[in-house]
Write a protein that binds this ligand. Structure first.
Ligand code: ZN
Ligand code: ZN
Length: 216
């Protein structure tokens, strides 16, 4: 089945927020950085009237700050990994305190996922891969031949590992795990340009270095 993915960069850190639309009309927003007029117009332009999911790649404020107004307007089940759900309550883990931002966040998620969780999406399914390293509860989402990588894998780079909950050894294992997926994927990154998994396997110095590491 076909899935359409559109993207808009939102907020001061230009977070890539994605809109997923299945062939049968299911919809999901990934990482609503902020709920501003750009996102409002973007959703209107794409004729979104309701959401099935609000998918979060991790709990940093630049990926979650738009959740509440978005959910109030469009609904949608909030999805986050069990280890990053604490970001809703803890401003050190969300980095809200570090960046001096204050926003309303949900008390908890509607769906808490772990490695291997599967979310039905129309005729398709969204698979969750736990990829700790940038945060303890970072995930990537797989949908058809798309890999939604959040702040784990960037074009020729990787996410920072020096924030609370980050871990450089876990990041190396996570990159290895992604590189060991079968076949090629179109990769949507949390910031910056898109890429392909094959390109990163061959050219991303962090992916190359992660090869041959033992899993931890
Ligand atoms: Zn982040
Ligand atoms: Zn980010």
């Amino acid at each position: 089945m076909n899935v359409e993915i559109k993207t808009i960069a939102l907020g001061e850190l230009a977070t890539n927020c994605l809109l997923l639309v299945s062939e049968s009309g299911e919809t999901a927003v990934v990482d609503p950085a902020v709920y501003d007029e750009n996102l409002m117009f973007f959703l209107e332009e794409n004729n979104v009237s309701k959401l099935d999911y609000i998918l979060l790649t991790h709990g940093h404020f630049d990926h979650i700050s738009g959740i509440m107004p978005l959910k109030k307007r469009y609904g949608g089940k909030i999805v986050i990994h069990e280890k990053d759900e604490r970001c809703f309550q803890n401003s050190e883990y969300s980095l809200l305190s570090q960046f001096g931002v204050s926003v309303e966040l949900p008390e908890k998620a509607d769906i808490v996922v772990t490695d291997g969780s599967v979310l039905p999406f129309g005729e398709d399914e969204i698979k969750v891969i736990h990829t700790p390293g940038h945060t303890a509860g970072s995930v990537c989402y797989l949908l058809n031949r798309f890999l939604i990588a959040g702040d784990t894998l960037f074009y020729m780079s990787m996410g920072r590992t020096d924030f609370p909950g980050g871990n450089v050894l876990q990041m190396a294992s996570s990159l290895k795990k992604l590189c060991e997926l079968d076949g090629d994927y179109f990769v949507w990154c949390g910031h910056g340009e898109s890429t392909s998994l094959d390109f990163e396997r061959k050219n991303n110095p962090y992916c190359v270095a992660s090869r041959g590491r033992k899993n931890i």
